[in-house]
Ligand binder design. Structure first.
Ligand SMILES: Cc1cc2nc3c(=O)[nH]c(=O)nc-3n(C[C@H](O)[C@H](O)[C@H](O)COP(=O)(O)OP(=O)(O)OC[C@H]3O[C@@H](n4cnc5c(N)ncnc54)[C@H](O)[C@@H]3O)c2cc1C
Length: 524
């Protein structure tokens, strides 16, 4: 076998997967048909859940240094500011990163590429996957370099992180049902001044669509995203100048445009692959699902696909788990993609519909309803959980087990374990629990009961135990997160709850690991 995993595509999804596999000791080859990293910004919004993953990977400081924090989003209609969604406030207790980080896809790729190189692996550019044959126990991939030179690589597994036109998907015979939208998007990197609230996202709703303005690094630097006025939809080579009249009309006559450094138009689709796996080949990111950029979810969802698959693939490659564990990748990620497609589709249709009635609804009613709803703290918190992706859960997965005895309000199997600040040593300082979790292993959180000895739970070096000391500060924090005492939570490496319950019985974790995770544990 030449490599354990061949990663096809060095966009954000492929780079995240390669990083996560390499740091778990997996032999990876990552190839991309382009001659070098992309210089286009494309995705721009980095969500809180992605930043939590970046933190575990050791790249969050670099991302924060290069990006711009968006603390809030402002909704405008007919020249008036209708509502402000205070992102920071709504997520303050939910995550260490209660905001959207405005950081271009190119910067995200550069940071992940640098990290991968630090780990000893470089992308093989100008290398295109052109053939894939699945055989017993391996995949043979044909890779082509410019000039037509081709070579064959034997890999145990292949990850198709090769974007919307995925070759892996095509060669695996997996269909990609869905459709294009009739609307055409434009993106422009500009230097402008106007009514926008500085350093925050500004959304201008208008009778026939919307304009989104994202603050970028640098003075008066804004990324503008909008839909082309219908009269321009079928025009080739639309220039930025052509969209300025509608922009001025809707985002205010006071908008003063000083420069435009990049302008591009694109037609978007909503599609989801019929399967995310064909035997030894997996699909992740845009290769598996594409949807409207409303909500800035696309890149983030691909990164989470990678984070979900990596630990499972690593355990299987290392012989610590049976391949049956990999079935949970599709089981967990297909519903997430479907839900995302449905919600972004509904939101997109509402914000772009050409209908006069919907236009009226958008500018008169939607803006007012949103203004009222967003004044409610509970709605703010729910909206933050959805957009930040911290609310994603796998409750229906076979890997998610909640023993009886926990109150309904408590976190359950499949949930992302809540962010907590606790005294992890009696009378010690208050610390960030997420910083203490080791995401290359399972983590067992033991609350309000004696902790088992290391080695007594049957997972050996695959698990870390974190006993939460009894303490008034801890009691208050646990109560806030609805974590009962006594309870225990076995977290998967990706931070989601695998097994949870009230009293930790001897053998429960080992049994769960063998029966549900398919781990090859001591007694199995
Ligand atoms: C204008 C625009 C704005 C967007 N804004 C946002 C946003 O704000 N937030 C957000 O989350 N998402 C956004 N998105 C979506 C986001 O860009 C994508 O979801 C993201 O790029 C997907 O990453 P990926 O790694 O899965 O695929 P890609 O980035 O498409 O990477 C795939 C890689 O695979 C390579 N490849 C393809 N075929 C082969 C082959 N046969 N052999 C070898 N290599 C191959 C390609 O060269 C490419 O480098 C936006 C998209 C666009 C176009």
């Amino acid at each position: 076998m030449d490599v354990d995993v061949l990663v096809v595509g060095a966009g954000p999804t492929g780079l995240m997967l390669a990083n996560q596999l390499v740091r778990r000791g997996v032999r990876v080859l990552i190839v991309d048909r382009h001659s070098g990293p992309s210089l286009q910004t494309r995705a721009l919004g980095v969500q809180a859940r992605t930043l939590e993953i970046y933190s575990q990977l050791g790249i969050v400081d670099r991302a924060l240094e290069l990006g711009k924090i968006g603390n809030g989003a402002n909704l405008w209609a007919q020249g008036r500011k209708m509502a402000r969604v205070p992102l920071g406030e709504a997520g303050r207790t939910a995550t260490p990163y209660p905001y959207i980080l405005i950081l271009g896809q190119d910067d995200n790729e550069r940071i992940m590429g640098d990290k991968l190189r630090d780990l000893g692996v470089s992308v093989q550019w100008s290398t295109e996957l052109v053939g894939l044959a699945q055989e017993a126990g391996q995949v043979t991939a044909t890779l082509e370099s410019p000039g037509g030179a081709s070579r064959k690589i034997a890999a145990a597994w292949v990850a198709g992180c090769d974007g919307a036109r995925s070759t892996v998907r095509e060669l695996s015979g997996i269909t990609f049902p869905g459709a294009p939208y009739e609307h055409v998007f434009f993106v422009a990197d500009t230097e402008v001044t106007g009514s926008m609230v500085p350093d925050e996202v500004n959304v201008y709703l208008w009778q026939k669509g919307f304009h989104l303005l994202f603050p970028m690094r640098g003075k008066d630097h804004w990324r503008i995203v909008g839909i082309l006025p219908s009269a321009l939809r079928d025009t080739h080579d639309v220039s930025f100048e052509a969209v300025i009249p509608s922009l001025r009309n809707e985002a205010g006559a006071g908008l003063s445009i000083k420069a435009c450094t990049w302008f591009s138009t694109y037609r978007i689709h909503h599609r989801s692959a019929s399967r995310f796996r064909d035997r030894r080949a997996f699909l992740l990111g845009d290769a598996a699902h594409i949807h409207s950029p409303v909500g800035a979810q696309g890149m983030n969802t691909g990164l989470q696909d990678a984070y979900n698959l990596a630990w499972k693939l690593a355990l299987v490659v290392k012989g610590r788990a049976d391949a049956a564990l990999l079935d949970s990748y599709e089981e967990e990620r297909v519903p997430i993609a479907q839900r995302l497609l449905n919600t972004t589709d509904r939101a997109f249709r509402l914000v772009v519909s050409d209908s006069w009635l919907v236009g009226l609804l958008r500018t008169k009613i939607l803006a007012r309803v949103a203004a009222f709803a967003m004044s409610l703290k509970r709605v703010q918190r729910i909206a933050f959980r959805i957009v930040s992706q911290t609310g994603i859960h796998y409750r229906t997965s076979a890997l998610s087990q909640s023993q009886p005895g926990l109150p309904d309000s408590a976190p359950r199997g499949g949930d992302r374990f809540p962010w907590l600040r606790l005294e992890l040593r009696a009378d010690g300082p208050v610390e960030d629990l997420f910083q203490k979790l080791d995401d290359t292993r399972f983590n067992l959180i033991v609350i309000g009961q004696p902790s088992p000895a290391e080695g007594a739970i049957g997972l050996g070096d695959l698990c870390r135990i974190h006993a939460i000391p009894a303490d008034p500060i801890n009691d208050a924090e646990l109560a806030r997160a609805q974590l009962p005492q006594p309870s225990f939570y076995l977290l998967r490496p990706d931070g989601h709850v695998g097994l949870c319950g009230a009293r930790l019985e001897a053998g429960a974790v080992e049994r769960y690991a063998s029966e549900h995770l398919h781990l090859r544990v001591r007694g199995a």
